[in-house]
Design a protein around this ligand. Structure first.
Ligand code: PHE
Length: 454
């Protein structure tokens, strides 16, 4: 008998708590650091249209599937499959999820650590008077260093573990309920600053006037991959969170609220960044350096930039933190429920192991940069394996599980709260999880593997 059979399961206590935690997981570096630059490279408006379409047709059904699996099984990512499909290999989907959590958090915590360094730099006005080249050098010298990035990464992991160790109600829910509204206020402040810059209108036009001639097959698949990563899908994060959701919660409503929040924040990040990028004549397709090199350059030229820089990097830190706790929770819930360690020990064990892996990720951008596997440094290898292989594969199996293994009966029971809710859209949901989502995800997967080149 496991701990969870003896003690009542820790769970979210309010509807707002569920949304704050799940939206906190979804809204992260993926929205604020990655979305603006992939949208920029994908042509702006046209990318946005496709992205929103993918969220609606694929993201929503995958998310509803994950919540349903977790809430029905009342277990972690691996245990849920063991519970719903005993003595079958389906639990391997959860194993993949836990593995993905390890890999993602090891590089995610590195990038999150950089935000701490950049908060300090903002406070000390370190960007003042420097041009783009100097800021570029500042960034590359910092990330290729040994001790500073490791120090911040460790601090970030301690913060993450600090929240996770306190549990669902007293940790994750308590903190995300405060941090998420704060994040929304901060991003709105940045949006207002950005669109009131002279010349910022061109940035808004870039984001909202779709030029469909820019759409290539590669952009389509990039948009789907981004939707996956951004909504935290495919690795059991939302199976784990689903297991903490009360039985009377309307799961479909929660799915809509979380997805809308995630998408709006990505768009708001675009609104905060593109007008400023255009106002200062910077290339919107600049790439991953957009946040750490381009934005400091913009801040140091704009009125009030000192404060907006502090606000921006704090926002990035909060977004990263509410996502990283959801990634760590996948591993911790597994260790607590399947290996029967206390929550404290499980959190320490998982954080230490992830931090060790994280050291290699961070150093691979500096002294270990010559060590490559398949031509990739460790940092990129972790990202590639998790984002391009494990997440799409996990997502594919999750929809197949609900569509074909669990089947319409149990799925309808779970989503309708055992018949209490009317579900007019249920046949559409089943059609999406059985056919559309598996087909689309398969396409991303083989593209991620490089089996097809577009
Ligand atoms: N959704 C998070 C982001 O956008 C990242 C994440 C991926 C979190 C997978 C959990 C699981 O940054």
């Amino acid at each position: 008998m496991s701990n969870s059979d003896l003690t009542p399961r820790d769970r979210f206590t309010s509807r707002f708590g569920i949304i704050a935690a799940a939206a906190g997981s979804a809204v992260g570096l993926g929205n604020i650091w990655k979305f603006p630059y992939v949208a920029g490279q994908g042509g702006g408006g046209a990318f946005l249209v496709v992205y929103v379409l993918f969220i609606a047709a694929i993201g929503l059904p995958v998310m509803l599937s994950e919540f349903s699996i977790g809430r029905r099984a009342q277990r972690n990512a691996i245990g849920s499959f063991k519970n719903l499909a005993p003595r079958t290999p389906w639990f391997l989907v959860g194993v993949m999820g836990v593995a993905a959590a390890f890999l993602i958090l090891s590089f995610y915590s590195a990038v999150a650590g950089w935000t701490l360094e950049y908060i300090i730099k903002s406070f000390s006005d370190a960007f003042a008077g420097r041009d783009e080249e100097e800021l570029n050098l500042m960034f590359s010298t910092f990330v290729s260093g040994t001790w500073r990035p490791l120090f911040w990464q460790l601090i970030f992991m301690v913060l993450t573990a600090w929240i996770v160790v306190a549990g669902i109600k007293q940790g994750i829910e308590k903190y995300t309920k405060v941090l998420m509204p704060l994040l929304i206020v901060m991003i709105l402040v940045l949006c207002v600053r950005s669109i009131t810059l002279p010349g910022g209108g061109a940035g808004l036009a870039f984001l909202f006037n779709p030029d469909f001639s820019k759409l290539t097959a590669g952009t389509l698949l990039g948009a789907l991959g981004q939707a996956f990563f951004s909504l935290s899908l495919g690795m059991g994060t939302l199976i784990t969170y689903g297991s903490y959701i009360q039985k009377n919660n309307n799961l479909s409503e929660t799915v809509i609220q979380v997805s809308v929040t995630d998408t709006l924040i990505a768009i708001l990040a675009g609104i905060a960044i593109f007008p400023a990028v255009f106002a200062f004549n910077i290339d919107p397709a600049e790439g991953p350096g957009l946040v750490f090199i381009t934005l400091p350059n913009i801040f140091q030229q704009m009125p009030g930039g000192y404060f907006f820089s502090i606000i921006f990097f704090t926002l990035l830190l909060i977004a990263a933190l509410t996502s990283s706790i959801s990634i760590l929770e996948v591993v911790v819930a597994y260790i607590v429920e399947e290996l029967h360690l206390t929550r404290k020990r499980a959190t320490i064990l998982a954080s230490v192991m992830i931090s060790v892996l994280g050291i290699f990720c961070s150093l691979s951008l500096g002294i270990l940069s010559d060590f490559r596997i398949f031509g990739l440094v460790i940092f990129d290898l972790m990202d590639f394996t998790a984002s391009n292989l494990l997440l799409p594969l996990g997502g594919l199996f999750i929809v197949l599980f609900v569509g074909w293994y669990l089947g319409a009966g149990p799925a309808r029971n779970e989503i309708s709260n055992e018949g209490a809710l009317r579900l007019g859209y249920f046949p559409l949901f089943m059609f999406l999880v059985r056919f559309i989502a598996p087909f689309a995800i398969t396409l991303v997967f083989i593209y991620g593997l490089g089996l097809i080149r577009i």
